[in-house]
Design a protein around this ligand. Structure first.
Ligand code: BGC
Length: 771
């Protein structure tokens, strides 16, 4: 049977009389409001017509997501069978991939089940499907959301050709505690930067229309407060006050919703006593009520069943009811909705309406993806091969990787290295570890597609250059026995490239660290190599801020490369040898020691701000209070000057916008990138406000001697906060604008905000265009 016959058959079988052929679900900004509402009501009629045909078991089957076929891929999953698909007991799979495989399984659902409803296939496509891009924290260090959008677009193109409809990304959790291993999956500590990257990634995954065969539905996760885990311990409680939730943790989710994200995922943690999987306030009141999100919410892996452990429900049916009524539509792996809720509905303890509301949202997603029209989305093995790991995709991965690298330190122009050096010693187990370069959550990424830093260096140097390698030490062992050999290798070289950091499993889910120092014997190795006196460049590979005070004090150059993906080797060499001038900036503060955590730039001033000469001020007695590297920090092989900001007015009415301009000049001798950053402070308010908040940024390339003017526009959305009664307002008074090259290298200007009757003015939260 060919595809059009099959589509015809599916359509006839369930009389999709309301489905206009070729109907496109529009993106919000591409279509007028009137068109959107016509299409929405068509969609609702269609969804209602499907819903009306389903039995209770089939409805709950739509809410059931299982992992793998035959084989569970995590704790708590049970093997799914074809028979369950035929009986309509499964709405979605995760961890099943491959065009032929998903086509075969999909055929059973649409042809052999009574209701003929297509399945959704999902996977964690976090930073690439097969072409592995840098980890998300690295991408955020590019301060170029377009780079993250490009990476997500490539991932969606590959994933969709490989039989997938849906990714569990982007993770948009704000993380201010680098002990938390999942900090690697997000955009760092700042809600504004996080919102920009959340929106960019959603645009990249979903493209212009979810119906396109190369689009996949995105998931903003984990809703909400997961990054605030107490003690940085994964899965732990998040004791977050409502104001902090709304000002710090929720903005990236709001930005994702504004960008049209199709789904959200609930988080494992509780917030002030209410587990996220049972949190009506978050999911029903804020997400669906205030933000008008009409997409689907999926649980995290066994998140519904874990409500039992949280201790908020006594049995499976009770926790299923709690989750469903809170607004969690799809049950990932717990299999509680499918197995334990039918009896509850029949006995009247759970309303049919609550079930229908969740099923409607699942069907809506399937409709929006065009699955009722084309359940196979043109999957075939030839297209899969043609779309995966293409030359263009690799080129994109290399370009994005170069943009993510942050030059933390570079004394006396140690970097870039000359390609013509006689001998270069490359030292450290990570230098020769291709798996490590890929990072965690690699989708279908493979070691053999990547290139180590060592090989990248060997490929880049001149023919006369000898590249020596010694392991020296590794992040996973305290063994120092190979350090002597590394020292002797270092002594034979004109320069050492010391590659140290973490293995991917150290910055990952369930990978919290009590100490964020260099793991294993790597610091001892660094000290031994530095003692040789041979100029040493440290290349860091890691997925979280590391406390590297000793390196900073003793090594002339440090390059942060994160886990840079499949092109890590060539991209690192590009930067080391000056073929690419690094321009990344830190999306998260690097502390001097673990004991400074949490440390972030947007802190409060306190009544006793730190002062060196004042003992009774907010600081430590054993180390400075300042970070090792502040948020937004990153050097270049050239230098830039940024002028004092010019404001178009110094008195602003609350409804006005403010234009801010600065001149940026490349004052060095080579072309390079600068990220101009704009911060704002509300100097006096009815509540304490952060000392600075990022409200704009722009990455730009300038040739030597070249200047450019950067313009920012601020509105009341940028100045608002939640007052004592949780109203979002702007208050009259003085504000400071800071512009510069990092959160602590800034120049400032002031303005006065006026409001009618000198009162606070409400500023309802609305969608604003993110960069
Ligand atoms: C993680 C999620 C992920 C899910 C499915 C969970 O353990 O918390 O982020 O999407 O597994 O793999």
């Amino acid at each position: 049977m060919n595809r059009s016959d099959l589509n015809g058959r599916i359509r006839r079988a369930i009389s999709w009389s309301l489905l206009a052929p070729g109907l496109m679900w529009p993106t919000m900004n591409a279509t007028s409001n009137a068109q959107v509402s016509v299409q929405r009501s068509r969609e609702e009629r269609f969804v209602d017509s499907v819903l009306a045909r389903l039995t209770l078991e089939e409805k709950l089957g739509q809410l059931n997501q299982v992992s793998g076929l035959g084989n569970p891929t995590g704790p708590g999953g049970s093997p799914a069978s074809y028979e369950q698909i035929r009986r309509g007991q499964i709405g979605s799979f995760l961890n099943v991939v491959g065009a032929d495989t998903t086509r075969k399984i999909q055929r059973i659902a649409v042809e052999e089940s009574r209701a003929h409803i297509p399945l959704l296939f999902a996977l964690d496509v976090i930073h690439g499907y097969r072409t592995t891009f840098p980890v998300p924290l690295g991408e955020a260090a590019s301060w170029n959301p377009a780079a993250a959008e490009r990476s997500a677009r490539v991932a969606a193109t590959e994933a969709s050709a490989n039989g997938l409809h849906w990714t569990f990304a982007p993770m948009v959790d704000i993380a201010r505690d680098p002990r938390w291993g999942r900090i690697v999956e997000g955009a760092g500590e700042d809600p504004y930067l996080g919102g920009s990257f959340a929106a960019a990634r959603v645009r990249g995954f979903q493209g212009n229309s979810l119906r396109s065969i190369d689009a996949i539905a995105a998931t903003a996760k984990h809703f909400a407060g997961y990054g605030a885990a107490e003690g940085g311990r994964d899965y732990d409680i998040a004791d977050v006050p409502e104001r902090t939730m709304r000002e710090v943790y929720l903005p990236p989710f709001h930005a994702a919703v504004c960008a049209g994200v199709a789904t959200l995922m609930a988080s494992f943690n509780e917030i002030a006593g209410v587990p996220a999987h049972a949190n009506r306030h978050l999911t029903s009141e804020i997400l669906r009520g205030e933000w008008k999100f009409d997409g689907m919410v999926v649980s995290d892996w066994t998140g519904v069943a874990e409500l039992l452990q949280h201790g908020v429900g006594g049995d499976r049916a009770a926790v299923g009811k709690l989750a469903l009524e809170a607004g969690v539509d799809m049950d990932m792996v717990s299999e509680i909705y499918g197995k334990d809720l039918p009896a509850l509905v029949r006995s009247g303890r759970l309303s049919q309406a609550a079930v229908d509301a969740a099923v409607r949202r699942v069907l809506r997603l399937k409709y929006r993806l065009g699955l009722f029209d084309n359940p196979y989305r043109s999957w075939d093995a030839a297209r899969e091969r043609a779309m995966t790991l293409t030359r263009d995709n690799r080129a994109a991965a290399r370009e994005v990787a170069r943009q993510t690298m942050v030059l933390l330190k570079n004394d006396r122009g140690t970097l870039p290295l000359r390609k013509e050096l006689g001998t270069i010693a490359v030292i450290g187990s990570l230098a020769n570890d291709t798996v490590a370069t890929l990072g965690n959550w690699v989708g279908m990424g493979r070691k053999e597609d990547g290139m180590s830093v060592l090989d990248g260096i060997k490929r880049a140097v001149s023919q006369q250059t000898t590249v020596l390698y010694a392991k020296g030490a590794s992040p996973v062992s305290d063994d120092t026995s190979a350090i002597a050999e590394a020292v002797s290798v270092a002594r034979r070289a004109q320069a050492v490239v010391l590659v140290i950091g973490e293995i991917p499993d150290m910055s990952a889910e369930a990978a919290s660290r009590a100490s964020i120092e260099l793991p294993g014997a790597q610091l001892i190795l660094a000290q031994a190599v530095q003692a040789t006196g041979v100029p040493t460049v440290v290349v860091l590979m890691n997925g979280r801020p590391l406390a590297i005070q000793w390196l900073h004090d003793n090594v002339p150059a440090i390059l942060e490369t994160w886990f840079a993906g499949i092109e890590a080797g060539p991209a690192t060499a590009d930067v080391l040898f000056g073929d690419y001038n690094p321009g990344g900036k830190l999306p998260v503060t690097f502390p001097r020691a673990t004991g400074q955590v949490p440390i972030y730039y947007a802190h409060k001033n306190t009544g006793r701000p730190p002062q060196r000469e004042n003992k009774y001020s907010s600081k430590y007695i054993d180390i400075p209070w300042t970070p090792l590297y502040p948020f937004g920090h990153g050097l270049s092989y050239t230098t830039f000057t940024i002028s004092t900001p010019r404001l178009d007015k110094t008195t602003l009415r609350s409804s006005d916008s403010l234009r801010v301009e600065v001149d940026v000049t490349n004052s060095g001798t080579v072309a390079g990138d600068e990220v101009v950053q704009l911060y704002v402070r509300d100097d006096v308010a009815s509540l304490t406000r952060p000392v600075k908040q990022l409200r704009g940024f722009q990455r730009m390339t300038l040739g030597p001697g070249q200047s450019s003017t950067v313009r920012f526009v601020l509105s009341n959305q940028d100045l608002a906060f939640y007052d004592a009664s949780m109203r979002r307002v702007v208050e009259p008074g003085r504000f400071t604008v800071f512009v510069g090259s990092s959160s602590d290298v800034v120049k400032e200007a002031r303005f006065e905000l006026t409001t009618p009757s000198a009162r606070a003015v409400p500023v309802p939260e609305r969608c604003v265009a993110m960069k």
